[in-house]
Design a protein around this ligand. Structure first.
Ligand code: PMP
Length: 315
């Protein structure tokens, strides 16, 4: 990736990446006092168009994270979605893109606090279609690191500093020969992976950890639950899930903006189900791909066109 060629949004304007600089004493750099989003734009060959996926939902979540950190967004979510599409347009992207807005305490000052500090928004975007190489299934372990608690550093908000918790788990997993870590809450229930939500299929039922289990309320999670209910006719139950339910599951899915839809091949050296992609993973991945590229509009997802290319005439 040639970073120098990118256009980013920084300090209220579009500018080349090399001109978007931060000072050494920037509060967020020193104390992790920022919040962020991960958004994707998906390229559609059918309509020769790039679609930013669910941008308003992502900016609404950013506004909620910001509120917790005593910040506010400089524009309403709908305007930020427009700025994001404009950023993709200015970069001339014609492939899948990852978009990273960060709202951060921008003051160059000293002292741990959240109040009485200036903040600013930056948005970077770059071509990218894969976060995890998951075609063969994910080899996961349960992390020895517990998921941070709502009363310590709320996982519901996507806080930059909180991702050290995810990074500790992810690196422990990688260094021990796994691809990914599943994190438990302090009371030992399944929460989520380092950067994705989970669904567990057992004996014809599908469950996902309830939101009180210290997880990020994923936008993909919401859509996947709708896909499972509609496409497979199985309502998703939100509840507390034990670690050992995962070992005996027929399928465990991971989902998120970065990861997309992935399935666990094994957990702690136990094969999950048959060790191959099951019907849940296969169906959800196919429908999610159709939804994100505008081929399936049944789920009323927001797809904001970047280039506004007229639809291709039928051959
Ligand atoms: N949990 C965590 C910890 C994450 O970082 C992410 C990625 N944003 C998710 C879940 C999935 O959320 P979403 O579907 O909104 O991307």
């Amino acid at each position: 990736m040639q970073l120098d060629d990118l256009i980013v949004y920084h300090g209220g304007e579009f500018k080349p990446y090399p001109e978007a600089k931060l000072g050494l004493l920037t509060h967020a750099f020193n104390y992790g006092t920022g919040c962020f989003e991960g958004i994707r734009a998906f390229w559609s060959d059918d309509s020769a168009e790039l679609y930013v996926f669910e941008p308003t939902a992502h900016y609404r979540r950013l506004a909620a994270s910001a509120k917790l950190l005593l910040m506010d967004l400089p524009f309403v979510p709908d305007q930020l979605a427009d700025i994001t599409a404009e950023l993709c347009r200015r970069n001339g992207f014609r492939s899948d893109v990852y978009i990273r807005p960060v709202l951060y305490k921008s003051e160059e000052t000293f002292g741990v606090r959240l109040d009485d500090l200036e903040h600013d928004l930056s948005i970077a975007a770059f071509p990218n279609s894969k976060y995890l190489d998951s075609n063969e299934g994910v080899k996961a372990c349960v992390s020895t690191w517990r998921r941070l608690d709502d009363n310590a550093e709320p996982a519901r908000a996507k806080i930059t500093g909180s991702y050290v918790n995810s990074a500790l788990a992810k690196s422990e997993a990688r260094l021990n020969g796994f691809d990914e870590a599943i994190m438990l809450t302090d009371d030992g229930h399944v929460s989520e992976s380092s950067a994705a939500n989970l669904f567990v299929a057992r004996d014809g039922t599908v469950a996902t950890p309830a939101v009180a289990h210290n997880l990020l309320e994923g936008i993909t999670r919401r859509i996947v639950a709708q896909i499972i209910a509609r496409e497979l006719g199985v309502p998703v139950v939100e509840r507390a899930i034990d670690r050992t339910e995962l070992y005996s599951a027929d399928e465990v899915l991971m989902c998120g903006t970065g990861v997309g839809i992935a399935w666990l091949r094994s957990l702690d050296h136990r094969i999950i189900g048959t060790g191959a992609a099951g019907p849940l993973a296969t169906t959800v991945a196919r429908v999610y791909d159709d939804v994100t590229r505008g081929r399936d509009t049944r789920f009323n997802c927001e797809l904001r066109a970047v280039h506004n290319t007229p639809a291709l005439a039928p051959a």
